[in-house]
Design a protein around this ligand. Sequence first.
Ligand SMILES: C[S@@+](CC[C@H](N)C(=O)[O-])C[C@H]1O[C@@H](n2cnc3c(N)ncnc32)[C@H](O)[C@@H]1O
Length: 210
Amino acid sequence: MHAYYASRAPYYDAVYAKPERAADIAWLQQRLPEVFAGREVLELACGTGFWTPWIARSARRLVATDGTAEPLSLARTRPGCETVHFQQADAYALPAELQGFDAAFAGLWFSHVPRERQAGFLAGLHACLQPGACVVMIDNNEVQLRDFPIAETDAQGNTWQHRATRDGVTHRVLKNFPSEAEWRALLAGRATDIEWRMLENFWWVSYRLS
Ligand SMILES: C[S@@+](CC[C@H](N)C(=O)[O-])C[C@H]1O[C@@H](n2cnc3c(N)ncnc32)[C@H](O)[C@@H]1O
């Protein structure tokens, strides 16, 4: 994952230039500042920071993290991110100082979390948040399979794609497509106000931490 996203960082944002994604992106860029207005937000796996300025414009404070140095260095220079604190951090082992946030966001990240690590990942994230915190995650829906069909399914039910970077290297990339039912099961007893939305190209889940 790190090698793949390090190699792809310089042209990663091309995924957001696809015309068929424009309406969803416009909706998300309106909704994110509304949801995070006045909040102290922890962003995970921010990558090149495509969504980061849309959160930063209304958040009280934003700490944006990613596990890979290359996309993070591009995010640091993105217009609209001047007030954001960027930090390299593994989403599975968040540093102890990342505590007390009342909101969290992860874009196009949860699809890369193996099914057997989903509950543990969420527990680690939730430990950084206050009770009542607002969490939003968005990711590609199955429409993305037109570009990258599933190449393999492993014993845990994780689905894998083979993706080539421009240097000619083919990477084996985990890409899961969780359903609303799977999200509700993961959040059972842990969250309220669960909202699930299926857009044309993306899914959205938001919830309030119990
Ligand atoms: C599909 S990109 C999403 C980037 C951005 N959030 C977006 O929506 O455009 C996935 C990101 O996850 C990061 N990543 C991979 N493994 C990670 C880990 N263990 N902890 C934190 N970030 C990780 C990669 O570096 C990459 O930037």
